[in-house]
Design a protein around this ligand. Sequence first.
Ligand SMILES: *[C@@H]1O[C@H](CO)[C@@H](O)[C@H](O)[C@H]1NC(C)=O
Ligand SMILES: *[C@@H]1O[C@H](CO)[C@@H](O)[C@H](O)[C@H]1NC(C)=O
Length: 332
Amino acid sequence: MYFKPFVYFSNFLSWLLSPVCIFIKRISHPCFKWILRKTTGLCELQRTCYCEPSGAPRILGIEESLNNSKIAKVHILIQFLDLAAKEKRFTTAGSTQIIRNTVETICCIKKINLDSHQPFNKLFGECVSIIWSLKQLLHDLEGIRTTGYDSCNLEHEKTLLELWNLLMPMTELESRVCNAWKDIGFQGDDPKTDFRGMGILGLENLHFFAKNYPDVALQVLSHSNHPTHGYSFAIVGINLTHLAYILWKDGAAKSHIYNLCCHHLQVPGPTLLHFHRFYCYLFIEFDKLWMSEKPSSIMEFGRIRSLFENDIRLLLSNPNCLLKLNIPVEHV
Ligand SMILES: *[C@@H]1O[C@H](CO)[C@@H](O)[C@H](O)[C@H]1NC(C)=O
Ligand SMILES: *[C@@H]1O[C@H](CO)[C@@H](O)[C@H](O)[C@H]1NC(C)=O
């Protein structure tokens, strides 16, 4: 509530500036930048905050502008923020101070008057918070991915057995190591070896999907058991963890992530929950594509997977992209 007046003011300012904005957007030549700065009195970061719509267009604009800065101090600041993300200092308690210092430093470097540019401080601070929260989350994901499945870890074992119970609620698992794991698409008697590539992240994704969208997960599982167009549910699921991870890591998913963050203002940045949901989206959409392609055997996996990856990358290349879970309601 406290911030409302600033939001109104910045929206008003954007509206006021919009005809000018159309002109000055995306002009990146240093000479133009200098002229713009002289005529509008605004630096590129300010113009991006006021002119670009909230979400991915604005946040990507800020990120690019910081990256391309010619000022050494800006790069020192970036390194400082990168280190803070690596050391996991973007916590509920820690973020506020880091963001405040960053905004003050930028205002000092760019000679922006802190008091007369309140909306800029807020908008720019939000962008910085989201950009580096994502970087921090990527470090977290990397940690989970490189944690191998450990049969001695009770937490791992519990999650795995829960996955079975969620997917096979009517069937009791006769023993921890047995042939029945193949029914949910693992390769052998003990699923632990199948997690190799993606570690515990693969298990956590599968578990999240089965736990939070049980109806859809069971439906996808039944598709995977199709007599002619079947596939290995768990193995494909682990492979889709890989795809989700790559799309987040290489930045392709930023459009979706940044748009998501600005539609859920109560969270300062993306969390593991958003990664899991993104994964569920991929699994549901992959299953749809697979069923519509009617592949004659699992040998077509490589082809369909790369077709799928291209489709998703195309969607994500739109800066307004926001992927929404389409929960199919086939069997009502
Ligand atoms: C900014 O630089 C970082 C680190 O080199 C890179 O990961 C990121 O994709 C860049 N962002 C943009 C929008 O260019
Ligand atoms: C997923 O499948 C693709 C294509 O077949 C392959 O290149 C990739 O290594 C697989 N990833 C994992 C973790 O199995």
